[in-house]
Design a protein around this ligand. Structure first.
Ligand code: PGA
Length: 252
């Protein structure tokens, strides 16, 4: 089945206001043609999300927030609520990125609450899963992926599942330059799709976009993107420059 093809850039905690606008403008300018049906999503830092979303209006680029709280509002100093994410013009939100899980202690339960909260505010979740190096070395990869997927979507019906994007990001590959081999990534993607199939149905699993993330660069994208179960990528470092991100988006 033909699935959506999605190229996402996670800018993390980089860029000034002007640099963010320049980068978004550059991507916008070069994606007006020549990308077929490919979808482009950028995740700027929260303070710039609204300005970047305004700049991208009417273009091929959608904008998302890198994180949000699961409550609608409240005394949560420093947090961003789902209605605020919407208000900023974001269609998407990244949930459970490995840096959120491992640097900020986010749990599977938090991830589930955020997925539920995203739908409540009409935001489409891009849910990140992935194993640590020690988990892979102990042969626990599938177990970890199954647990993360099952927990993330508890209480989410098949209808909503059609709006979900999953990103497989092995923690050992993020920001390390150690990209997973296409075969290793493909195996994990196939397994994630199988878990979703067991939870929902074959058509839900077949249409689910699963992105790979972790040291994606212009020189390794071709090998990854040609794999059957890799429907796009979530790019960190290489999405911070127009040229390298575009080279990735335009992979043959
Ligand atoms: P990287 O980051 O491409 O810099 O490894 C990927 C991510 O964290 O989403």
């Amino acid at each position: 089945m033909a699935r959506r093809e999605i190229f996402a850039g996670n800018w993390k905690m980089y860029k000034t206001h002007q640099e963010a606008l320049d980068l978004a403008q550059g991507i916008r300018a070069w994606t007006t043609t020549g990308i077929g049906n490919r979808e482009v999503i950028i995740f700027p830092p929260a303070p710039y999300a609204k300005a970047v979303a305004e700049l991208c209006r009417g273009s091929r680029i959608d904008v998302g927030m890198q994180n949000m709280h699961f409550e609608q509002e409240g005394a949560f100093t420093g947090e961003v609520s789902p209605p605020m994410v919407r208000d900023c013009g974001c269609r998407y939100v990244l949930i459970g990125h490995s840096e959120r899980r491992h640097v900020f202690g986010e749990t599977d339960d938090d991830v589930n609450k955020k997925v539920i909260a995203a739908f409540k505010s009409d935001i489409e979740p891009v849910v990140c899963v992935g194993e640590l190096l020690e988990e892979r070395e102990k042969g626990l990869t599938n177990e970890v992926l199954r647990r993360q997927v099952e927990k993330a979507f508890t209480g989410i019906g098949a209808g909503r599942m059609k709006k979900v994007i999953i990103a497989y990001e092995p923690v050992w590959a993020i920001g390390t330059g150690k990209v997973a081999t296409p075969e290793t990534a493909e195996e994990a993607h196939g397994y994630i799709r199988k878990v979703v199939k067991n939870l929902y149905a074959a058509d839900t699993a077949d249409s689910l976009p699963i992105l790979y993330g972790g040291s994606v660069k212009p020189d390794n994208i071709a090998g990854l993107f040609c794999m059957a179960n890799i429907d796009g990528v979530l790019v960190g470092g290489a999405s911070l420059k127009v040229d390298s991100f575009l080279e990735i988006i335009r992979v043959k």
